[in-house]
Structures are given as structure tokens and as C-alpha cells.
Write a protein that binds this ligand. Structure first.
Ligand code: 5GP
Ligand code: ZN
Length: 119
């Protein structure tokens, strides 16, 4: 999609810090990290959100998710990690090319509080 920033990251016309790439997916560092090591995993096929995601695209993306999480854990040594995905503007989606967030957590020192966190 010509006006999609993540398609432009895939084709290299927008620069990014890539951390993993294969025929089906790309992982790269979030430009405005919520915590140190915040990474995004996207399908190379332009898919808007989970509701439009074909099964084979989901299979290829989620097959590598544990490997991406493990690499981030090794690199940054967090004590936990949120993996999450927003679908639709109301749910907080701002880039309309499906992406899975990996947000490493460093206990209370990371300064981040998810809505559902109680302490
Ligand atoms: P959403 O709010 O749609 O779930 O998440 C979009 C994410 O994409 C945000 O965390 C935002 O910082 C990130 N992002 C937006 N534009 C760019 C960009 O040009 N490069 C990179 N690396 N990340 C981006
Ligand atoms: Zn796209």
C-alpha cells in the first residue's frame, strides 16, 4: 500500500532499525519506545488488522513471535514483557498495518503502567 508507513519500512523507503526479517515478516524497533527494547513485528503482506488477517499470515507471524521475544529478553534483560496488538482507532491503533508490540518490562522502574495494572 503506497501510503502505508509500515509498507514503506518493508520496502526500505522509510529507514528503521530492523531486528529480524524473513520472507513473511519483519521486526524492527519502535521509533517512540514505551520502554527500552520496544519492538514491532509485522507481516510483509499489508493486512489492516486482526479482522482482515488471513490464517497463513497469522501462522507465519505468530510462529516467530517467541523467537523475537527471546531475542529481546536476551538483549535487554527485562523482568517481563507485554505482547499486544491494537485493532481499530477506538482500540488505540494508529498505524493501519497489523503489528504486534513487544514491550519489555523492568518492574516499577520502567515508568509504564498499563490500564489493567494494579500496582
Ligand atoms: P499502534 O498505536 O498503532 O498500536 O502502534 C503504532 C506504533 O508504531 C507506535 O508505537 C509508534 O511509535 C510506532 N511507529 C509509528 N511510526 C513509526 C515509524 O515511522 N517507525 C517506527 N519504527 N515506528 C513507528
Ligand atoms: Zn502496509
Amino acid at each position: 500500500m503506497s501510503d502505508c508507513i509500515f509498507c514503506k519500512i518493508i520496502d526500505g523507503s522509510i529507514p528503521s532499525t530492523k531486528v529480524y526479517e524473513d520472507d513473511h515478516v519483519l521486526a524492527f524497533m519502535d521509533v517512540s519506545p514505551l520502554t527500552k527494547g520496544h519492538t514491532l513485528l509485522i507481516p510483509k503482506q499489508h493486512v489492516k488488522d486482526i479482522f482482515e488477517m488471513p490464517e497463513d499470515v497469522a501462522r507465519n507471524l505468530y510462529a516467530v513471535a517467541p523467537k523475537i521475544a527471546g531475542a529481546i529478553k536476551s538483549a535487554f534483560n527485562p523482568v517481563g514483557m507485554n505482547t499486544l496488538n491494537n485493532n481499530g482507532a477506538f482500540a488505540g491503533q494508529t498505524v493501519f498495518h497489523y503489528h504486534l508490540h513487544f514491550i519489555p518490562r523492568y518492574d516499577e522502574t520502567d515508568g509504564l503502567k498499563m490500564k489493567w495494572e494494579t500496582k
